[in-house]
Design a protein around this ligand. Structure first.
Ligand SMILES: NC(=O)c1ccc[n+]([C@@H]2O[C@H](COP(=O)([O-])OP(=O)(O)OC[C@H]3O[C@@H](n4cnc5c(N)ncnc54)[C@H](OP(=O)(O)O)[C@@H]3O)[C@@H](O)[C@H]2O)c1
Length: 293
């Protein structure tokens, strides 16, 4: 059955990590819906190719490339400054970019990269765009989390947040995805009453390029192998976030702070539902950004 048509004419959206996988399909669907889509990514060449493809396939002239490396505060700040200068509104921010690494690497400011890119970079980006979102309300922030957040059953590793003492790839990835859910809930609480809703999503188990670039060799080859057999397509993976970005369903627009998958709201893990954990992560994130700035 064909997906119902969405109408986003006049809206401006940003998708991070839009050059590939689920982010690419999200940008494509939102452009098909008539939105102005800023496709943000860290590789200028890859983003340029992706923009060209979306423009060609949708016939839209409102698909724009944005240079954004979430592993660099300077890049995040320069992207946000450029965006605020170029566009007078922001209706939907899709914080989609993410990575999994099988060894400990650091961002430009010295944060462990999965925490730094998957969580902290998006935290800073959202903060820099927050006033524009509020001024454009009703508006939405969609954070791409994962069911992997459940792996971090004890919550954030408060005494080793940068995993300097102990690094286990999937556990650290899971913790960064827990951070996405906690951030969603705390941001939703702080934006309550502004007309900006905030939700997060588990896209499903998707056969994208995730982990396949040698970033996480073992996990990557496992995913590639499984991919041929059981995983769904990136287009399928984009479905719930495209729906969250565009639907008028009261289950989405009448609520905030939800965790969705398969276009349904689910209860995230116990650790993800702890308000004290969400507040702690928020305060730590602010402190870390201030200290590095
Ligand atoms: N695939 C799954 O089964 C699955 C399941 C649950 C959740 N997710 C989540 O879904 C999201 C999208 O993943 P995907 O499956 O579509 O994988 P993907 O194809 O690897 O896409 C990830 C995107 O993030 C970008 N990215 C990585 N590091 C970045 C940085 N420092 N700055 C800016 N962009 C950066 C990548 O850019 P480059 O092309 O330059 O590397 C790429 O465009 C991720 O948040 C992931 O955690 C995926």
């Amino acid at each position: 059955m064909a997906a119902p048509r969405i109408d986003l004419a006049g809206q401006v959206v940003i998708v991070t990590g839009a050059n590939s996988g689920i982010g690419f399909e999200t940008a494509l669907a939102l452009a098909e819906g008539g939105a102005t889509v800023v496709m943000a990514g860290r590789s200028e060449a890859k983003v340029a190719r992706a923009v060209e493809e979306v423009a060609e396939r949708t016939g839209s002239t409102r698909v724009v490339a944005g240079a954004l490396d979430l592993a660099s505060f300077a890049s995040i700040r320069s992207f946000a400054a450029w965006f605020l200068d170029e566009f007078d509104r922001l209706d939907v921010l899709v914080n989609n970019a993410g990575l999994v690494l099988d060894e400990r690497r650091e961002t430009e400011e010295g944060f462990e990269q999965m925490f730094g890119v998957n969580h902290l970079g998006h935290f800073l980006l959202t903060d820099l765009l927050r006033e524009r979102l509020v001024a454009s309300a009703p508006a939405r922030v969609i954070n791409v989390a994962s069911v992997a957040h459940r792996a971090a059953r004890r919550g954030m590793t408060r005494d080793d947040l940068q995993h300097e003492r102990r690094f286990r790839s999937f556990a650290v990835y899971g913790e960064s995805k827990l951070a996405n859910v906690l951030f969603t809930r705390e941001l939703a609480r702080r934006l309550d009453g502004t007309g900006v809703i905030v939700h997060c999503v588990h896209p499903g188990s998707i056969n994208s390029g995730f982990g396949a670039d040698g970033d996480a060799a073992v996990l990557g080859s496992l995913i590639a192998l499984l991919g041929r057999v059981v995983l769904r397509s990136p287009r399928f993976g984009a479905r719930t976030q495209v729906w969250l970005a565009s639907t008028d369903d009261p289950a989405v627009v009448g609520t905030t702070g939800g965790y969705f998958s398969w276009k349904r709201r689910w209860r995230p893990s116990r650790a993800a539902r702890r308000p004290d954990e969400a507040r702690w992560l928020w305060e730590q994130s602010e402190r870390l950004i201030a200290a590095a700035s």
